[in-house]
Design a protein around this ligand. Structure first.
Ligand code: ZN
Length: 355
């Protein structure tokens, strides 16, 4: 593996990556895992802004999320432009399954190992290396390097940028690892929590309580029935998994065999195809749950598991085949792909997309 040497004070690719990897920036809905990404953002700023780089750098704290930052680095000015976008955070890690220090860039078998080497701190050294060739050059349109916070968890970094209307550009390339094959469309995702609260009591007389677990049993049947209906109705042959999916992820409830279960909670995710309306899907679920809860006299809660961390997302709009990035990808023999979403991240940020 080769990496360019340091020039003009900015480190070479390998050193940049090693330093980025050495700074933990895990984002997670679990507070015990969650880190600030400030170190990564400040380091990127150091390389991009004068005197090392020629970019104008703006660092934005994500509203309501102390310690979380987005970075917008701009070369040139004017309308149009190209964004090279990546996220600064990583997923958590299981240290017992790592064969090397996840925060130390390690070379083995002609590969570099470290938490985020691929997804996706590795994109930044490459983007900086590519962009630095244009520093000081007169550009017809701006070139923007964008670094976002919390893509692996809340996506509040990207959401804050969207709400602020920044940055503005005509095209964006998001450097998610796709084996250099452009992805122009992916599924959406909804993370949902369904909870029933009933009344506990001694198991010897079921009339003494209202069993939340039995309510959940019925609800599970309804959800699976809905899933079947949606999979009958919706299909997109461009995806490897051609139908919308609904996964029953985890369930908790009750405390003892001889007590009536007073509370039961289910978390599930739903991955709709582009074109499916999220609110319609939620309403369809509610329409099945509400009569069930009323009949069983259970209190119903239906909401995302964590309002700040997993707000519901809209399915992405696909980039049309006729758009310039997709056409260009064909010119370079990269067939645009359609992929299922891998995790809560990567909503606009898993593919080519006109801004
Ligand atoms: Zn990623």
């Amino acid at each position: 593996m080769t990496a360019s040497a340091s020039t003009g004070g900015v480190p070479g690719i390998r050193e940049m990556l090693a330093r980025l990897i050495s700074l933990p920036s895990i984002s997670s809905a679990s507070p015990e895992w969650d880190h600030s990404n400030e170190g990564v953002v400040r380091l990127l700023a150091e390389w991009l802004e004068p005197p090392l780089g020629g970019f104008t750098v703006e660092i934005m704290e994500v509203p309501g999320m102390p310690g979380k930052f987005n970075l917008i680095a701009t070369l040139g000015s004017g309308p149009g432009g190209l964004v090279l976008s990546g996220h600064t955070d990583t997923v958590p890690f299981d240290d017992k399954r790592w064969q090397s220090d996840p925060f130390s860039l390690t070379e083995k078998d002609n590969r570099w190992y470290g938490l985020g080497t691929c997804d996706m701190k590795g994109f930044f050294p490459l983007a900086i290396e590519a962009a630095r060739a244009f520093a000081g050059e007169p550009l017809q349109q701006p070139l923007i390097i964008l670094a976002t916070a919390d893509e692996e968890s809340s996506m509040n970094g990207a959401r804050a940028l969207a709400e602020a209307g920044k940055p503005k550009a005509r095209y964006a390339v998001i450097g998610e690892p796709t084996n250099l094959k452009p992805v122009r469309m992916h599924k959406g995702i909804m993370m949902e929590r369904l909870r029933f609260d009933g009344q506990s009591g001694h198991s010897s007389n079921p009339a003494l309580g209202r069993n939340a677990l039995e309510g959940m049993h019925e609800a599970l049947g309804e959800l699976l029935a809905l899933r079947s209906e949606w999979q009958e109705k919706y299909r997109n042959p461009n995806f490897e998994v051609q139908v919308p999916t609904l996964n029953l992820g985890c369930i908790h409830g009750g405390d003892n065999p001889n007590r009536i279960c007073a509370q039961c909670e289910l978390h599930f995710d739903l991955r709709p195809l582009p074109g499916m309306n999220m609110e319609t899907l939620r309403q369809a679920i509610l329409d099945r749950m509400q009569p069930l809860a009323e009949r069983r006299e259970l209190k119903l809660t239906f909401a995302p598991p964590c309002l700040t961390a997993y707000r519901r997302l809209k399915p992405p709009r696909p980039t049309p085949l006729w758009s310039k990035p997709v056409r260009n990808s064909r010119a370079t023999r990269h067939t645009p792909l359609l992929l299922p979403r891998r995790h809560p991240g990567c909503s606009s940020w898993g593919g080519w997309r006109p801004w």
